[in-house]
Design a protein around this ligand. Structure first.
Ligand code: NI
Length: 169
């Protein structure tokens, strides 16, 4: 169990695309535990392997509320999505900033758990937002990619002066 270092924008490692998880072993399980420790320590509601410099396609989430928490997503895929909405979003890798982006209010996704078993889930609201956010991370995306270039430049300047933010993913 360990708290890992969270990479911050504009670290180029956040732009890497992950590769599918193929080895569901004790090492993966211990890495997933470290990801949960790191996410809860931040604190945040989601964390993707990309954010801690690992290239495996795995993310963890715990959004509380009605969501079946905590959730491990290995090799997640969105199956369908419904009703785009404007939402406020933040990210542990973009400390000190939140902004409005467009996300689907409800998504259906499938993923494998830490043992490699596939499951399907219908996610709503914050959990749906989190699934989309983490999935983007796993392909080198950040929510601020939805913002203008000028805005990203301003955010970059600010992030370089800030340390941490709470409540991101
Ligand atoms: Ni994030």
């Amino acid at each position: 169990m360990a708290v890992l270092e969270i990479l911050t924008f504009p670290d180029p490692r956040l732009r890497r695309t992950t590769t599918p998880v193929t080895e569901f072993n004790a090492e993966l399980s211990s890495f997933i535990d470290d990801m949960f420790d790191t996410m809860y320590d931040a604190p945040g509601v989601g964390l993707a392997a990309t954010q801690v410099g690992d290239t495996r396609r795995v993310a963890v989430m715990d959004c509380g509320g009605d969501a079946p928490d905590p959730i491990v997503m290995c090799n997640p895929e969105i199956l369908w999505q419904r009703e785009p909405v404007d939402v406020d979003e933040g990210c542990l890798s973009v400390p000190g900033h939140t902004d409005q982006v467009v996300r689907y209010k409800t998504v259906g996704f499938r993923a494998q758990d830490r043992n490699g078993a596939w499951y399907e889930c219908e996610a709503h609201d914050l959990l749906a937002q989190c699934v989309q956010h983490e999935l983007a991370h796993l392909y080198g995306g950040l929510y601020i990619d939805q913002l203008s270039h000028l805005k990203r430049k301003r955010i970059r300047k600010r992030v370089e002066k800030t340390d941490r933010t709470d409540g991101g993913a």
